[in-house]
Every structure is written in C-alpha cells, then in structure tokens.
Ligand binder design. Structure first.
Ligand SMILES: [Zn+2]
Length: 422
C-alpha cells in the first residue's frame, strides 16, 4: 500500500513537473528579426508553447511558476538550420559506408543533436541520412528521450545511378550491395522512390540534382537528373504534401531544378543570372551552405580526401567566397543552411558571419535563420518568432546579435519545445 502510494505520488509529481508553467524574465527581447528588439519582457511558457509575451519584467515574482531569470540577456527565437547531417561527422573516408551500420548513425546523431541544440539551433532539416536513422533521432528529440532540436527529416536522398548520393567508389558488386535503394531512372521509377520515401516517414524529399564535391564520382557538377525526372519528383512530392530540396552546383542543373518546381536549392555554387531568374520566377529558395565550403577547405591537403575529391574542392573554393553575394544582389530568396556534418556540428552559427561577409545585413542574416527558414519549411505559424501560440523555442545571448551576428556563435541558454537544454 505504501509502495502504491509512493508510486501514485511519483506519477503526480512527474505530471506536475511536466505541466509546471515557466516564466522567463527577459532583458531585451527580439520577437522577430524583422521588427528588431523591444526591450525587457516576460514570456510565459506552458506545455512547450509560448502562452503570452508581455512588456516589462515587473510583477512576475508572485507566481507558482518556475522563474527563469534572463534579465541580463537578449532573448530571441531559436535558430533554424535547413541543411544538416546529424548522423555523420566530418571525415572523408568513403569506405566507412562499407564498415559502419546505419544504426551507428543514431548514436552519432544523438551526440550531434545535443551539440546543435547547445549552439542555439532549435530546429534542423536533416538533409540525408543513412537509411532511416534520422527518423529515430527525430522521434527521440520530439519525445524528449534525447536532448536536441526539432528535426524535419529527409531520410535517404534520391540520386541517379552512379551519381552524387548513390554509392560510388567500390567495385560494382559492392556498390550494388551498399546501395540505399533510392537511386532511380525515368519519371515512373523516380515517382515510385518519392512515394517509398514518404511511406518510410520522410518529412521532405531530398534529391541530388547535380554532381557533388565529396562523392567519388568524377562526372562534373552539372545536372544529373533529366528535366522529366525532376518534374516527376517535384509533382509526386507535392501531391503528397511534401517539399523537395535539391542539392545542385552547376548553373543549368539549378535552372532545371527551379523550373521543375523544386522548392529549395542546396549549395547553388555556380548560379548564374539565368538560373537566378528561374529561381525568382518559381519562388525557389537558395540555401547557400557556406560553412560546407569553409569546412572542406580547412581539410584540404591533409590526406583526408581522395585525389578525385581534392580536385573538386580546389575547383569550387574561389566561387564559394562570392556566389551567395551574387545571388543576394540578383534578388534570389535566401534561407539559412550550413551542411553541418561536412564540418564539425556545433559550428553552425559561423554561417551567419560568412553570409554578412558576402553582403547581407546582420538583420537579414538573422531573419534567414528564423522567419525565413520557418517559411521555407512551411512552418511559419509555429516557429521562427517569439509570439503567443508559437513553440517555446528560445535562445539567450549576451549582447545584440542585430548589430553583430557573431555573438550567436556563443549561446548562453537554449529552450526547445519548452525544455531547457543543458
Ligand atoms: Zn549536405
């Protein structure tokens, strides 16, 4: 009986702990990157959601809620990274594909989910993982079993046979054996793979529309899928309510992807005016991943990459320093994404400084990682702002990131869905 009573009490206590309101006292609030900061405020959080945001911090002391004092900090919406690979760490040993089971990705991913959340990223878009490891991670952070950001996950990427995203670099029988099951040829088979990804649990479809830098294929960086295949992928995904993100470097591949109705272009390295115009006409958003280029440049000449990859890295290095600025001046919509996993997880916010370095204003860079990224996900009514009804995804920093975005490279406090990350 005593044990039953203790058991019931522990249920009551744990329920109370989950349900307890949190009152956050804020020194300076940025509700929305577009509107700027508004001074001291009080935020009430209940069941993972923001219930109210009121000006000033007085009067909050007489409450039963847990009080979190951030009155010496700037509090802003949690950051959103639209391109990460949580289940992998930088390395370059392509043969690991043959030695590491996909389950290992969940372990690596749990470590990286925590690093990413601590860096101030409360939502990430998983841009391609080994089989379905990202789906388990997604559930883990959603249920609070492991600390980490909200995960919008693609699962394995669709690729052409032998293209970036397909298994390459081994003998043919090994390539076949290691294949993810998501390469496709022709409109019908590509539509089938989109439906298969949807059935497996994908929130978004990832495709590799052109060649890539870090794979062992040496067939250039231009369009790999045909126009018909890309159109089939985009139409099929949209019919299922899913968006499509396309890895693309070459200009004609970017243009073709935009015309096919692909929603976001990842990297976009060799974007020219014609491709930019196609993106603007179709509302296609560029995700520049400048940190990917930074990360691979740091690894050059160290014997990490194979010669075929080293050559490709050297070829893109100079363009990587200017292409986002060009797209920005042409008026292409840009949202924040880094390609974390190509560089060390947790350095995601360094992307903001690189974006400003290519001509964006700090406020625009911050908007690209909050309101802009939320819109690219179709989640602008849930995340990216500090407002009543939104998810309690909040971060705190010392100083004003609207003046200096590099302040966001050191985040002091993070809350994801009302849970404090520590
Ligand atoms: Zn990537």
């Amino acid at each position: 009986m005593v044990r039953l009573f203790a058991f019931l009490c522990s249920i009551a206590l744990s329920t109370a702990a989950v349900a307890q309101d949190k009152v956050i006292l804020v020194g300076n609030l940025i509700t929305d990157a577009d509107t700027g900061s508004s001074g001291p405020a009080t935020i009430l959080v209940r069941d993972g959601k923001i219930i109210s945001v009121s000006a000033g911090t007085r009067g909050a002391a007489d409450t039963d809620a847990e009080v979190i004092d951030l009155s010496d900090k700037t509090v802003l919406p949690g950051l959103i990274d639209l391109h990460v690979h949580l289940t992998g760490d930088p390395g370059g040993d392509f043969w690991k594909e043959a030695t590491e089971p996909s389950e290992w990705g969940v372990v690596v991913g749990a470590k990286n989910a925590l690093l990413t959340a601590k860096a101030g990223f409360t939502t990430v878009r998983e841009a391609g993982s080994s089989q379905y490891s990202a789906f388990s991670l997604r559930r883990g952070t959603a249920e609070g079993k492991i600390p980490g950001p909200r995960i919008v996950a693609a699962g394995p990427a669709l690729a052409i046979v032998g293209g970036h995203g397909d298994t390459t670099g081994f003998t043919e029988d090994i390539n076949e054996h290691l294949a993810s099951g998501y390469s496709c040829t022709g409109a019908v088979e590509c539509a089938e793979k989109v439906r298969k990804a949807s059935r497996a649990g994908a929130d978004i479809i990832k495709i590799t529309a052109t060649g890539g830098v870090l794979s062992q294929q040496g067939r250039g960086l231009e369009a790999h899928f045909t126009d018909v295949e890309m159109k089939s992928i985009a139409d099929t995904a949209h019919s299922l309510g899913l968006k499509v993100m396309a890895h693309a470097h070459g200009a004609r591949g970017i243009e073709a992807a935009a015309r096919a109705g692909i929603d976001t272009i990842e990297h976009g390295t060799y974007l020219d005016k014609q491709a930019a115009d196609a993106m603007k006409a179709n509302g296609t958003v560029l995700i520049p991943t400048l940190m990917a280029f930074q990360g691979i440049s740091e690894r050059l000449g160290k014997g990490i990459y194979t010669p075929i990859v080293e050559n490709k890295v050297r070829a893109v290095a100079e363009t990587a320093k200017v292409f986002m600025g060009r797209a920005y001046r042409w008026g292409v919509p840009i949202a924040f994404g880094t390609d974390a996993g190509v560089f060390d997880h947790g350095r995601n916010a360094e992307e903001l400084g690189l974006m400003v370095g290519q001509g964006m204003k700090p406020q625009e860079a911050l908007a690209s990682a909050t309101t802009g990224a939320a819109k690219a996900l179709g989640m602008e009514d849930q995340i990216g702002r500090v407002a009543a009804g939104y998810s309690a995804d909040l971060i705190a920093v010392s100083g004003n990131p609207l003046e200096d975005v590099t302040i966001l490279e050191s985040v002091d406090w993070v809350m994801v869905r009302g849970r404090i990350i520590d």
